[in-house]
Design a protein around this ligand. Structure first.
Ligand SMILES: [Zn+2]
Length: 259
């Protein structure tokens, strides 16, 4: 009888738990851990897909760039090739969301910084924003990180970190997030963009880009679900300090680590 009552209480507790916000951004691990060299992937693509159909990140051992759109997850390898990610592939860091458009506008002949200012003017200062920009681009410079071997080093100590590709004029889509700057080093505070060409012949982490003609779709949210690694080295790594300089150099710079 006691077991029966306990079961009833348990069921009641489960039912009383509020559902998680379906509009939340979901992130596995942190930029802080990544820059410290915590590159062992612990989150599968199949698991990420339960939390979002849109997003970006990287793969086990920093093996290229991750782009997700419309529920399809892609890997851009350091040779510039694009392939569909396997459900069982692992990621050490990824940010995803179920993309639902809140607002949309058209843009012509804009630099990325001009677009970012327009997005800022349309969104609350301290919200998270998922962004899709689909159309024709007049210039796109991307990078894809190179797969690292163990033992992994902090990213600031890796000289040969990335390959860069000038995609020129191309039809495609920018996949991005704007996170409040104070959320660094959990996120890339500010804007973080990846790109995927429509013909799947190129993509990567954006270094520079100019938009010819495109549609900008915004999905703004105040919710952010963070899942930290709960096993392996990342769960117990020394991650004090904000490492903002390292994060900024790795995410914004061109050829930053090629000395
Ligand atoms: Zn990136």
């Amino acid at each position: 009888m006691l077991t029966f009552i306990r079961s009833l209480v348990l069921i009641a507790c489960i039912q009383l738990q509020p559902p998680s916000d379906p509009d939340a951004i979901y992130q596995f691990s942190t930029m802080r851990a990544l820059v410290e060299g915590q590159l062992d992937g612990q989150m599968t693509i199949a698991n990420l897909a339960k939390h979002g159909d849109f997003g970006l990140g990287t793969f086990n051992g920093l093996d290229g760039e991750l782009v997700a759109r419309d529920g399809h997850f892609f890997q851009i390898k350091s040779d510039g090739s694009v392939q569909t990610a396997a459900k069982g592939d692992f990621s050490p860091l990824a940010t995803v969301k179920f993309f639902r458009t809140d607002a949309q506008f058209q843009t012509n002949q804009s630099t990325l910084s001009e677009i970012e200012k327009q997005i800022d003017s349309r969104c609350k200062r301290n919200s998270f924003v998922a962004i899709r920009i689909k159309g024709r681009f007049s210039a796109v410079l991307v990078r894809a990180a190179k797969k690292q071997s163990t033992p992994y080093k902090p990213l600031s100590q890796i000289k040969d970190f990335q390959n860069e590709f000038n995609l020129g004029e191309v039809d495609g889509e920018l996949i991005g997030f704007r996170c409040p700057k104070f959320t660094t080093p959990i996120t890339v505070g500010g804007y973080h963009w990846h790109f995927l060409a429509d013909d799947l012949h190129g993509g990567g982490h954006i270094l520079q880009c100019t938009i010819d003609k495109a549609t900008v779709s915004l999905d703004e949210t105040s919710s952010f679900d963070l899942k930290l690694p709960d096993s392996g080295a990342a769960a117990d790594a020394q991650l004090d300090g904000d490492a903002a300089d390292s994060i900024n150099r790795i995410e914004r710079g061109t050829s930053i680590l090629k000395h």
